[in-house]
Design a protein around this ligand. Structure first.
Ligand SMILES: [Zn+2]
Length: 496
């Protein structure tokens, strides 16, 4: 990405003077303008920073991680040095006059990866000499792991036509995902060289709004919001909302998020949530994604206060509250007893997150609690987690944890009737009701930062209204024309 966006204009210019190259399509590996020789671009550079961030986001359990993820949007520009370095490298590897003639004369044979196929097998089947196939695959490895080939993936094999002799294998190319292509080309006297070609993506904002009939996910699907975007929204709200209990039919949500598209209009991936509003029981909660002048990206409410809290509302995803804090009849011992925490029923092995930043004060077996972890968050507040099946990796007494770190997994060790998490919040050493704790971080924008934020809010409001209107117009015209190829899930999504 980094290379692709910045490099194309500069290199396209320098290639325009080489006539043979001017007419070549982008799928031609020998002369694509953004060709990146392996020695000048390490493999790491081929996966854009945005992609890596997105992966993190998809895997990360809580917004702590996503809130501070680098702002992908600001990160697409490559330093000027990259471009000139690329141009130099490309200049060096440009074929000689005579070779250029020959390259124009390549045969392209497209093979499809079937179940159980290996790239080596595919090449050999296509009459590529084994030694060439092996060398080409070795070169490919620097930009793409051949084991990641998917069934159905197309691979183009390039051969040189030579009259009176066998066809000569010149290289291969494939598009492992919507964002990039990789190629391997024979370089005279030097074996094979791999290159990666990043496609420039266009970013569009998309807005959606829906009333929740049954679940938030269904409401999202009904207006075409991708599941990862809904999941990110739920994570962002997880400080304030227990989605198992708080969301009722008739509640509403609005969201504006980014999507990235390739030149040919295919949605490549989802970007960040820029704005969301959740109206539960008539009470609206809004969040705005904002990057401060210090470069911190976080979600704020309309007043410019961070929506993050010192403690997560629930330290576990998607679990049912099976017992609240307070007096109850004890399921094993039979008599009425104070329940000193909250129980979350969840399958054994479900990850448990640190509710907040802190230090592990106690970890290990603790009589009726079974496997137990207690985290001290500050002088006053601690949280405890009991009945775990096992502890998170590298968890030890005295170790630091960040909010959202996996500290252990649900189990039923100690005095327990089935797999669940027993969760306690302590203030000054005494257990208190976890639901009564509301500990904002106190981070709020001030002064010039707040002024800038207010402008950002106005602009976001304007963009949301405009995007929502255009998506609803598309939805209307789609239903009016009865366009059959648009699935129901696309309603309201103008970019679908
Ligand atoms: Zn309990």
């Amino acid at each position: 990405m980094r290379l692709g966006v910045a490099a194309i204009p500069a290199l396209a210019l320098c290639l325009a003077s080489v006539p043979t190259f001017a007419s070549a399509g982008w799928e031609y590996p020998y002369n694509h303008p953004t060709r990146t020789p392996i020695d000048s671009a390490p493999a790491a550079a081929t996966t854009g920073p945005e992609l890596a961030d997105l992966d993190k986001e998809a895997a990360g359990p809580h917004p702590v991680k996503t809130a501070f993820a680098e702002d992908a949007v600001e990160d697409t520009g490559a330093p000027a040095g990259d471009t000139s370095m690329l141009a130099d490298a490309l200049g060096e590897s440009l074929p000689e006059e005579g070779q250029t003639e020959a390259l124009a004369d390549l045969d392209r044979k497209v093979v499809e990866v079937g179940r159980g196929d290996t790239l080596l097998g595919l090449l050999v089947n296509a009459s590529v000499p084994k030694i060439d196939a092996h060398d080409a695959i070795e070169a490919l490895r620097s930009v793409f792991d051949p084991r990641r080939l998917q069934v159905g993936q197309e691979v183009a094999l390039l051969f040189q036509r030579e009259s009176g002799s066998d066809r000569r294998f010149m290289g291969l190319e494939l598009e492992p995902d919507a964002e990039r292509a990789v190629s391997v080309a024979r370089v005279e006297g030097e074996g094979y060289e791999a290159a990666t070609i990043d496609k420039a993506l266009e970013r569009r904002k998309t807005a959606a709004s829906a009333v929740i009939d049954s679940s938030l996910f269904e409401a999202g699907a009904s207006v075409g919001v991708p599941i990862p975007v809904m999941a990110a929204m739920i994570r962002a709200y997880s400080y304030d909302v227990d989605f198992q209990r708080d969301v009722q039919p008739g509640d509403e949500f609005q969201v504006m998020y980014e999507r990235y598209f390739t030149d040919d209009g295919a949605a490549a991936r989802d970007g960040d949530i820029l704005y969301a509003a959740l109206t539960l029981g008539g009470k609206q909660m809004e969040l705005f994604r904002y990057k401060t002048r210090d470069g911190i990206v976080d979600y704020f409410n309309r007043q410019g206060e961070s929506i993050r809290k010192a403690l997560l509302r629930t330290p576990i995803d998607g679990a049912r509250v099976s017992s609240k804090f307070g007096m109850r009849r004890h399921p094993i011992l039979g008599f009425s007893k104070m329940h000193t925490g909250m129980d979350f029923a969840a399958p054994t092995g479900t990850p448990i997150y640190a509710a907040g930043n802190g230090v592990i004060e106690e970890i290990g077996r603790k009589n009726g609690y079974g496997n137990y972890v207690r985290i001290k968050h500050n002088q006053q507040i601690a949280t405890a987690y009991a009945h775990l099946s096992k502890f998170g990796t590298d968890m030890r007494r005295g170790g630091r944890v960040q909010q959202g770190d996996i500290i252990g997994y649900v189990g039923t060790t100690g005095r327990s009737t089935g797999p669940h998490l027993h969760y306690e919040v302590m203030r000054g050493g005494r257990q208190i009701n976890p639901m009564s704790v509301d500990l904002p971080t106190g981070v709020a924008l001030e002064g010039r930062e707040l002024v800038a934020f207010k402008h950002h809010v106005e602009e976001t409001d304007r963009q949301f209204a405009a995007n929502l209107q255009s998506s609803q117009q598309v939805a209307q015209s789609v239903s009016a024309t009865g366009e059959a190829e648009h699935p129901d899930a696309c309603r309201g999504d103008r970019t679908c």
